[in-house]
Design a protein around this ligand. Structure first.
Ligand code: FAD
Length: 149
């Protein structure tokens, strides 16, 4: 199993500017440079990674790409301070370090609730809401706990 605390080199494959204004958000697609690590790298929805720039620092950022997408790992980053501004200054072909994956401390249902996904799921799958949660990988114990609320 990979050690998530060890940083690995990751090359920027693509940058997409998502918003303009004071709080710019850019989505960075990264490709891990070491083939054995790239091939064995796996993560779950809701997990995060520590993105770093040597001599500047590291920031915890959520992974926004699907775990089934194997070509690159995406991170949507708001320009806030020292580290995120330095990342925003990077270009395609530059490298960052990535230490991952980490849990955010939120479970799947909390992530859905915070992201606004819960009302969508409920409205789309009202009759089969529990089946939909189980199909999405929510543990049976969490689905059963919802019924008790
Ligand atoms: C589990 C987790 C997941 C995260 N996922 C993402 C993500 O997907 N995308 C993303 O853009 N960020 C995400 N963040 C926030 C991100 O880690 C911080 O914005 C980043 O570390 C700030 O580092 P910096 O060096 O750029 O700013 P700093 O130089 O440390 O901070 C500059 C100033 O901005 C303030 N500040 C910093 N961050 C924020 C903020 N988010 N909101 C309001 N004020 C702030 C600080 O208090 C400080 O005054 C996540 C944080 C955590 C803990």
């Amino acid at each position: 199993m990979n050690n998530p605390y060890l940083p690995h080199q990751a090359k920027i494959q693509d940058i997409k500017q998502e918003t303009t204004g004071d709080r710019v958000i850019k989505t960075f697609k990264l490709v891990l440079e070491e083939p054995p690590y790239r091939e064995s790298f796996a993560y779950k929805p809701g997990q995060c990674g520590m993105l770093g720039i040597s001599g500047v620092g590291e920031s915890m950022i959520s992974i926004t790409s699907s775990p089934t997408q194997k070509d690159a790992i995406a991170f949507s980053i708001m320009k806030m301070g020292k580290v995120t501004s330095a990342i925003h200054g990077k270009e395609v072909g530059d490298t960052l370090t990535l230490a991952a994956p980490f849990d955010s401390g939120l479970n799947f249902l909390q992530v859905l609730g915070l992201s606004g996904g819960m009302p969508t799921l409920v409205s789309v799958n009202k009759d089969r809401f529990e089946d939909a949660l189980l199909a999405l990988g929510v543990p049976r114990s969490e689905v059963d706990a919802l019924r008790k609320d």
